[in-house]
Design a protein around this ligand. Structure first.
Ligand code: UTP
Length: 323
């Protein structure tokens, strides 16, 4: 069911990364366009934004990303051909993506990191809280996460990030959060964030996954955030500063990334409110990772009414005979 929040109407989808983990498939095709069953991964992400009540979508794109724009646009030639054939089913499938949301695009230029990609959204977003959905992070449509985050932000204000428990040996692949409990089981307060920590130094096994609801104060912070880990402007660093500015973070906590302006700005960044985390226990796939991409296809195909029964039967015999 579509939920509405008068405070949040805009979703930002960064999709300008290089997708190097998926080369050579992503040499000339954006990784977000790789099909998951029969829809490109990015369509699931836009559908998720829309079902959380956010139908104004700004996509941050870059080189080779033209197919993303074409996918959410009309294709009159194809529509005409399908109409002539009387293929109403496929015609509806083709029109679905162009009727989904009001789409806007901005190019990032050099992919200087996720924080830089989000900063490119500032002129479009203005002074309202907004959602960020990473274009290569697929949340199973049966496990709504963003709608819960939007609801938590409406009640608690500030910003809300999505967290997921991972095996401690995997935490070095993620941003990691130190947290304090709140009265709600799946909601925590963020005290410290560390980008891709060594497992021995990680403050928890709570990984940041690709959904955020952010206060616009993040833009002022991002403008002053120096490149961090990997030479990229890290969104995690800027969110840590949001928490610090509200007095709930641990500015000099162990392993916290250094920010060039941390000591030089006497009054600090504008208080954008607290930063909370919603702990997600559902199904999530990183479609930029080859193994997770395969798992996403198998799982979603198994659940499909049209393809599932035959595919499951085949999979069962494949596993029994071949493995
Ligand atoms: P990733 O860390 O997955 O980087 O970015 P990537 O370049 O896309 O992929 P690999 O690691 O080389 O395979 C996380 C998200 O942030 C976006 C990406 O498109 C992805 O959705 N991003 C990253 C940008 O939009 N711009 C950037 O400069 C970096």
């Amino acid at each position: 069911m579509t939920q509405s929040n008068p405070g949040i109407s805009k979703a930002v989808i960064p999709a300008a990364g290089l997708g190097t983990r998926f080369l050579p498939a992503t040499k000339a095709t954006p990784k977000e366009m790789l099909p998951v069953v029969d829809k490109p991964a990015i369509q699931y992400v836009v559908e998720e934004a829309v079902s959380a009540g956010l139908s104004d979508v700004l996509m941050i794109t870059g080189r080779n990303k033209r197919p993303l724009e074409d996918h959410f646009d009309r294709n009159y030639e194809l529509e005409e051909a399908l109409s002539r054939k009387g293929d109403a089913g496929r015609l509806a499938r083709v029109q679905e993506s162009s009727d989904l949301a009001t789409m806007h695009y901005v190019r990032q230029g050099d992919p200087r990191g996720l924080g830089h990609a989000v900063l490119c959204a500032a002129p479009h977003v203005g002074d309202q809280p907004f959602a960020v959905l990473l274009g290569d992070d697929l949340i199973d449509p049966r496990d709504p996460l963003l709608a819960r985050m939007v609801e938590v932000q409406a009640r608690l204000g500030g910003s809300v990030i999505a967290l997921m428990e991972v095996d401690p040996s995997q935490i070095h692949q993620y941003g990691c959060a130190a947290v304090k409990p709140t009265g709600e089981d799946d909601v925590v307060q963020i005290t410290e964030l560390v980008e891709k920590p060594d497992p021995a130094e990680a403050p928890s096994n709570l990984a940041i996954i690709g959904r955020y609801v952010l206060d616009p104060a993040i833009f002022g912070i991002l403008r002053e955030t120096e490149p961090g880990r990997g030479g990229e402007i890290q969104l995690t660093d800027a969110i840590q500063k949001l928490a610090d500015a509200h007095g709930t973070g641990t500015p000099h906590g162990t392993g916290a990334p250094h920010h060039a302006n941390a000591d030089s700005a006497p009054s600090g960044p504008r208080d954008g409110g607290p930063v909370h985390g919603v702990i997600f226990k559902g199904r999530r796939y990183d479609t930029g990772d080859r193994g997770d991409y395969l798992r996403a296809i198998v799982r979603l195909a198994c659940e499909r009414e049209d393809l599932g029964p035959e595919f499951r039967a085949w999979l069962r015999s494949f596993v029994t005979e071949e493995m």
